[in-house]
Design a protein around this ligand. Structure first.
Ligand code: ADP
Ligand code: GN1
Ligand code: MG
Length: 356
């Protein structure tokens, strides 16, 4: 593999070697320890069916962000990603085997955290995600490709789960009957956000759609949320997707794959920090968006739970796993968290009422 990577690196005019890096579930990420450093990624083309469209989106979005950040007196080199072109001027390299690679400037002196070390860190991450949406509020949405169709269409995710249960290609359904029963019991709620978008009560915005904590780099010196990364799923969506998705890891008292479910509970202090940070930066929101803020944390957590469950039933073909049963462990964790979030709606809505 390292030999292939060197060949790929040479296409970007780099002669150093690269080593595996980061904890993403989707792409293969490598760090090139040159000066300056670079991130090399093999785009997961099972997940992203059209990598050139992904790169087109990323180039347009980062160009827009660079311009706005510069206008506002920020440092575009550290506050947004920089796509490094190949020697031929392309924003990706396709190997003879049909694999797609891309390169970014590594943002130095900043860290990607899998779990928030304290509420202040989560508040700063929230500000960065809120600011990200605000900076893209004047981006021409029609120019974006839908890199993964129906990505946060929870009803469609629910239908995919039902299909996976029916097909049961790995014969795993019987052993997880209780988890399936719990997952199916959310049926009445799966359409709330998508129906709101369809009937116009929830506006479409340019959203990130994958706002887990390790997709924002925190500045090592200032402790501020510096740079939002992992832009593969930037698409038109609801503000609620970014709000809800960030909370399912960031405000959990346990890791996403913790198997002791008694530890998997929702932290209201962290919820308040996130809500404050995000709402301070994102700009004005509609009444319906505000009403559904707490609900979105539950729904997007649930959605992620059934995505892991579906992947387990389908034989672990989507998310990277690091142990047997990893996806079912993650699914149980997220479904437990969704139930705990639902039990805390009154306190969460009281917090939102105080902030907005
Ligand atoms: P995945 O889609 O697999 O999650 P990411 O794009 O999130 O891949 O990258 C994986 C990890 O690599 C991130 O969580 C982060 O730690 C690191 N990373 C990615 N891009 C950069 C960058 N430009 N600068 C610094 N670190 C980065
Ligand atoms: C994936 O790529 P990464 O690791 O940041 C996934 C998200 C899930 C998340 C669960 C493109 O995020 O949608 O919420 O795992 N990304 C994609 O941890 O499917
Ligand atoms: Mg990531």
């Amino acid at each position: 593999m390292s030999c292939d990577l060197n060949e790929v690196l040479s296409k970007f005019d780099i002669s150093m070697s690269a080593a595996s890096y980061g904890n993403g579930h989707i792409n293969d990420t490598y760090l090139v320890e040159s000066n300056p450093k670079y991130i090399l990624q093999k785009i997961n083309s099972n997940v992203f069916k059209n990598p050139p469209q992904v790169m087109d989106n990323i180039e347009k979005v980062t160009n827009h962000l660079r311009k706005k950040i510069a206008e506002q007196g920020g440092d575009p080199d550290r506050e947004t990603m920089l796509v490094i072109k190949t020697k031929d001027g392309s924003n990706y390299y396709k190997t003879e085997d049909g694999e797609y690679f891309r390169m970014y400037r590594f943002v130095d002196n900043a860290t990607s955290y899998d779990n928030a070390e304290n509420a202040k860190m989560f508040y700063e991450a929230a500000r960065a995600f809120g600011r990200f949406q605000k900076l893209l509020s004047d981006f021409p949405m029609k120019e974006l490709y839908e890199t993964i169709p129906k990505f946060h269409d929870t009803r469609n995710r629910f239908l995919n789960l039902k299909k996976a249960i029916e097909n049961d290609v790995c014969g795993r359904a019987a052993e997880i009957a209780e988890d399936i029963e719990l997952a199916l019991s959310f049926e009445d709620e799966v359409g709330v956000i998508v129906d709101g978008i369809a009937d116009g009560s929830l506006p479409l915005r340019v959203t990130h759609n994958d706002t887990k904590l390790n997709n924002v780099l925190i500045d090592d010196i200032t402790g501020k949320g510096l740079c939002v990364i992992d832009l593969d799923t930037v698409m038109p969506g609801s503000l609620l997707y970014d709000f809800g998705d960030a909370l399912r890891i960031g405000a959990s008292n346990a890791a996403e794959d913790e198997t002791d479910l008694s530890k998997v509970t929702f932290n209201l202090e962290y919820f308040e920090s996130f809500a404050r940070g995000f709402l301070e930066e994102v700009g004005s929101i509609t009444d319906r968006e505000r009403e559904l803020l707490a609900f979105s944390a539950m729904l997007i957590t649930y959605e992620c739970g059934i995505r892991f469950l579906t992947d387990y039933l389908e034989g672990d073909t989507y998310f990277k796993i690091h142990r047997e049963k990893h996806n079912i462990d993650r699914a149980r964790n997220q479904l437990k968290l969704a139930c705990d979030i639902r039990s805390k709606f009154p306190q969460m809505n009281e917090i939102i009422g105080r902030i907005v």
